[in-house]
Ligand binder design. Structure first.
Ligand code: C2E
Ligand code: MG
Ligand code: MG
Ligand code: MG
Length: 291
């Protein structure tokens, strides 16, 4: 830090790069430790439909560190899409999320379960057998209840391979969602080429749509295009009632965000679902699941 203050432009730059590399290495180590010590856990965030029903949950990875407590992806971001960990992580997530989904099912709670899968795992030759093995382990859960979220922010280097893989997932009955839609530089290509059933509108557009007419136009365009293609639209980062009402009015079929619930441990989901009342959306409340 002392060097940073006194240094010229060049050394400041290289120091920053160095810090960034250190930081990334630390993040990768944090994830590696989590995998090795079995301290990874999944939390689940409800996804509601615009009629006020609960349609599913998204699983989100955390590390329960013995010293630091619960760590979110920000603490190990650089590891999430790293080729070295992508498959082990994906296998953990499939197993934990499907097991939880089957448990809810046995409790009479029928939910769609979304999982995040990195591009590296999707493009790994073993991806489909990993998926089938996990599905086979939890026969109480129908493949139709699973949705795989593929983020747009990490490039799919081999689009035709990705397309084939995702087609095969669809063949199994598993659904595909395009995550963080609008943030990558291939949104429309993905929409055109990949066999998705849902589009997840990134929270950056949702957040500012009330004040920024450009964001509002993008939100409207994504909703319109998705509906024309027969896809669900899930708005991420819905934090206020004003956002929820506007999105529902614009025809957005599904909403997810802190307004409804923050991610929580799986065992808390049944009670949350029981108490969920459509939260002031002014929309009819019913417990139907739209699978
Ligand atoms: P994502 O898949 O787009 O997940 C949504 C993120 O937005 C989650 O952050 C969630 O907690 C947060 N969020 C939800 N509602 C709100 C809201 O109303 N306001 C705000 N400000 N944020 C909200 P989280 O859990 O920190 O995860 C961050 C990202 O990490 C995820 O973004 C996903 O890209 C990645 N990730 C999470 N779990 C996994 C996983 O199991 N595997 C992989 N490969 N990536 C994961
Ligand atoms: Mg996601
Ligand atoms: Mg997302
Ligand atoms: Mg996102």
């Amino acid at each position: 830090a002392a060097k940073k203050q006194g240094g010229d432009q060049l050394s400041l730059y290289s120091l920053t790069l160095d810090e960034a590399a250190q930081n990334a290495a630390n993040m990768r180590r944090t994830l590696e430790k989590g995998l090795k010590n079995h301290t990874l856990v999944l939390h689940y965030q409800p996804i509601v439909n615009s009629f006020g029903g609960v349609s599913g949950v998204e699983s989100l990875i955390r590390i329960l560190d013995p010293e630091q407590g619960l760590l979110g992806p920000a603490a190990f971001w650089a590891g999430l899409d790293h080729h070295r960990y992508a498959r082990d992580l994906g296998i953990f997530v499939m197993d934990a999320a499907f097991r939880q989904g089957q448990t809810w099912q046995q409790q009479g709670l029928f939910l769609r379960v979304s999982i995040n899968i990195s591009a590296h795992h999707l493009l790994d030759a073993r991806f489909l057998s990993d998926l089938e093995a996990a599905l086979g382990k939890y026969p109480g859960l129908a493949p139709e209840q699973i949705e795989i979220e593929i983020t747009e922010s990490a490039p799919l280097h081999d689009l035709s391979q990705a397309q084939e893989r995702l087609d095969a997932c669809n063949q199994l009955g598993v659904r595909i969602a395009l995550d963080d839609f609008g943030t990558g530089n291939a949104s429309l290509t993905y929409l055109q080429q990949l066999p998705a059933q849902s589009v997840k509108l990134d929270q950056s557009f949702v957040r500012d749509m009330i004040n920024d007419p450009k964001d509002l136009a993008i939100v409207a365009a994504v909703i319109t295009a998705s509906r024309m293609l027969g896809l669900d639209v899930i708005a991420e980062g819905v934090e206020t009632e004003a956002h929820a009402k506007l999105l529902a009015k614009m025809g957005c079929s599904h909403l997810q965000g802190y307004l409804f619930a923050k991610p929580m441990p799986g065992e808390d989901i049944p009670l949350w679902v029981q108490h969920f009342k459509g939260l002031g959306l002014g929309l009819p409340s019913h417990s139907s699941i739209d699978i």
